[in-house]
Design a protein around this ligand. Structure first.
Ligand SMILES: C[S@@+](CC[C@H](N)C(=O)[O-])C[C@H]1O[C@@H](n2cnc3c(N)ncnc32)[C@H](O)[C@@H]1O
Length: 418
C-alpha cells in the first residue's frame, strides 16, 4: 500500500474507533473526542498493523522473560475513560507516570500550547521509543524523562494533574507533594486485589476521590512494586490471592475440603451482563480475610464454581474459606450465593451471603464507595469511618455513603457532594 493509501486507511480506522467510543459513552467530552481524532495512534506502535492499532485493545510492546506484559500502548477505551476522569484543560502542567508516547500526545492536545506535558518511565527502551515517536508524530515539546515514578518528577513539578498508567498499590509522598492545591491524581489503585482507576483531588494533607472506574493495568515496577501472595490448594487447582493480609496458619486450609462444605443462596439476582463491581468492593470492605479465588482452567475438577474463574471474591477464616458463586435463575439472570469449605462452612457461607444481601439493600443503587488517602503517620482513630487499608506510605479509606430513601420509599442515589 502507498503512504497516501496507508494514511487514508489510518484516518478511516481512527474515525471508526472514535465514533464507537463516543457511541459507547466512553468518550463524553468534545475535548477528548478531538484529541482522539487528531493523534495518529498507529505511529506509537509501528510494529502493529493499522487494524490492530485502531482496535479496542491494548498493543503489547514489551514482555518480561516469563512472557508477562510489562509495557503496552493501553487500550483506547481505558485511555479515554481516564482522560475523561482527569479533566485536563488548556494551560495545565501534567505528569504521566508510565509512558509509551500515545497517551502523552493525547494529553498534549488537551493542555494545548500553553500547557506542559511530562511523561516518565522506568524502562529506557520505553523512553527511547516514546521520545522518537512523539517527535515523529509532531509532539517534540513533550518532556520525556527516564525515572522511577515513585519519586514523581521534581524537575518539572508542580503539576495540576498526575496520571498514573501502571497499576499502583500505594500513593508515594512525591505525588502529593508535587501536586498543586486543588490538583488531582488519576491512578489505577489496587485495594485488596481489586483495581479501580480513581481520580483523587488534593484537599490539604489528604486526597479525596472524585470518581472511580473498574480497570486493569500492568503492575508498577521499581520502588513502588508490591506483589500479591498466592496460596495454592489441591495441588495447583485453586489459588487464593492475598494483596494484604495472609492467613495466620495457611497450612490449616489443606484440611478444609475433607471437613465438609455448605452453600447458602442469597436471593439476590443480577442480569447475566450486569456489572457488579461494587459488590466485590463491598465484600472486600465488610469481610476480614478477603482474598481473590482463581481456578486453573486445565485442572478444574468442578469442585468450586466461582462467579468467575480468574478473580472471585473470597474470604479465609481459620481452617476454612468461602467464595462468591452463582446459579442460573433464567436465561437472563443469575442468583448470588456463597460456597464454603471447612469445619465452620455453614457460618462462613451464611456470613458472605448475608453481606451480599446488605449490598443489595443498602449499596447496590447507592452512590458507590468513596475513597480517601491519608499519610500513614495519621492515627487510624482520626480517619473517616469505613475500611482502612494501610499501605507503606498511606492509609486508604473506603467508605460507603448510603442511598437516600425517596418520598415513595424507593432508594435513590445520594446527590454527589463534590
Ligand atoms: C501500560 S504502560 C503505559 C502506557 C502509556 N501510558 C500509553 O501511552 O499507552 C505502563 C508503563 O509503566 C511503566 N512503569 C512501570 N513501573 C514504573 C515506575 N515505577 N515508574 C515509571 N514507569 C513505570 C512500564 O515500563 C510501562 O511502560
Amino acid at each position: 500500500m502507498s503512504d497516501a493509501a496507508d494514511s487514508a486507511r489510518a484516518e478511516q480506522l481512527r474515525s471508526g474507533l472514535v465514533d464507537a467510543l463516543v457511541t459507547d459513552g466512553v468518550i463524553t467530552s468534545r475535548e477528548v473526542e478531538t484529541a482522539f481524532r487528531t493523534v495518529p495512534r498507529h505511529m506509537f506502535a509501528p510494529e502493529a498493523s493499522l487494524e490492530e492499532a485502531y482496535a479496542q485493545d491494548r498493543l503489547v510492546t514489551k514482555r518480561d522473560e516469563h512472557g508477562i506484559t510489562i509495557s503496552s500502548v493501553s487500550a483506547p477505551q481505558i485511555q479515554a475513560m481516564m482522560l475523561e476522569q482527569a479533566e485536563l484543560g488548556p494551560g495545565m502542567r501534567v505528569l504521566e507516570i508510565g509512558s509509551g508516547g500515545y497517551n502523552a500526545a493525547l494529553m498534549a492536545e488537551l493542555v494545548g500550547p500553553g500547557g506542559v506535558v511530562t511523561t516518565i518511565d522506568i524502562d529506557p527502551d520505553v523512553i527511547d521509543r516514546a521520545r522518537r515517536f512523539l517527535k515523529e508524530a509532531g509532539y517534540p515539546h513533550v518532556n520525556v524523562v527516564l525515572a522511577d515514578g515513585e519519586q514523581g518528577c521534581a524537575e518539572h513539578a508542580p503539576f495540576d494533574r498526575i496520571m498514573v498508567t501502571a497499576g499502583a498499590w500505594d500513593i508515594p509522598p512525591a505525588w502529593v507533594d508535587q501536586l498543586t492545591e486543588g490538583g488531582s491524581i488519576t491512578v489505577p489503585l489496587r485495594m485488596r486485589g481489586l483495581t479501580r482507576s480513581i481520580t483523587f483531588t488534593r484537599v490539604g494533607d489528604h486526597l479525596e476521590s472524585r470518581s472511580a472506574r473498574v480497570c486493569g493495568f500492568v503492575a508498577m515496577q521499581g520502588a513502588g512494586r508490591h506483589r500479591e501472595r498466592l496460596l495454592l490448594l489441591r495441588g495447583k487447582e485453586i489459588g487464593l490471592r492475598f494483596d494484604d493480609g495472609w492467613p495466620a496458619d495457611p497450612d490449616l486450609l489443606n484440611g478444609a475440603f475433607e471437613a465438609g462444605d455448605a452453600r447458602v443462596w442469597s436471593g439476590v439476582t443480577v442480569g447475566r451482563r450486569e456489572p457488579f463491581d461494587t459488590l466485590q468492593l463491598w465484600l472486600a470492605t465488610a469481610l476480614d480475610g478477603f482474598c481473590l479465588l482463581s481456578v486453573d482452567k486445565d485442572l478444574d475438577s468442578g469442585l468450586v464454581r466461582p462467579v468467575n474463574r480468574i478473580a472471585a471474591p473470597a474470604v479465609v477464616e481459620g481452617a476454612g474459606f468461602a467464595y462468591l458463586t452463582v446459579r442460573g435463575v433464567d436465561e437472563t439472570s443469575v442468583e448470588f450465593g456463597a460456597h464454603a469449605f471447612g469445619p465452620d462452612a455453614v457460618r462462613l457461607a451464611e456470613t458472605m451471603a448475608e453481606q451480599v444481601g446488605v449490598w443489595d439493600r443498602v449499596h447496590r443503587t447507592g452512590p458507590g464507595p468513596r475513597f480517601a488517602v491519608y499519610p500513614a503517620h495519621i492515627p487510624v482513630g482520626r480517619l473517616p469511618d469505613g475500611l482502612v487499608i494501610t499501605k507503606r506510605h498511606v492509609h486508604v479509606t473506603v467508605s460507603w455513603p448510603a442511598a437516600q430513601p425517596s418520598a415513595a420509599g424507593q432508594r435513590v442515589p445520594a446527590p454527589p457532594t463534590e
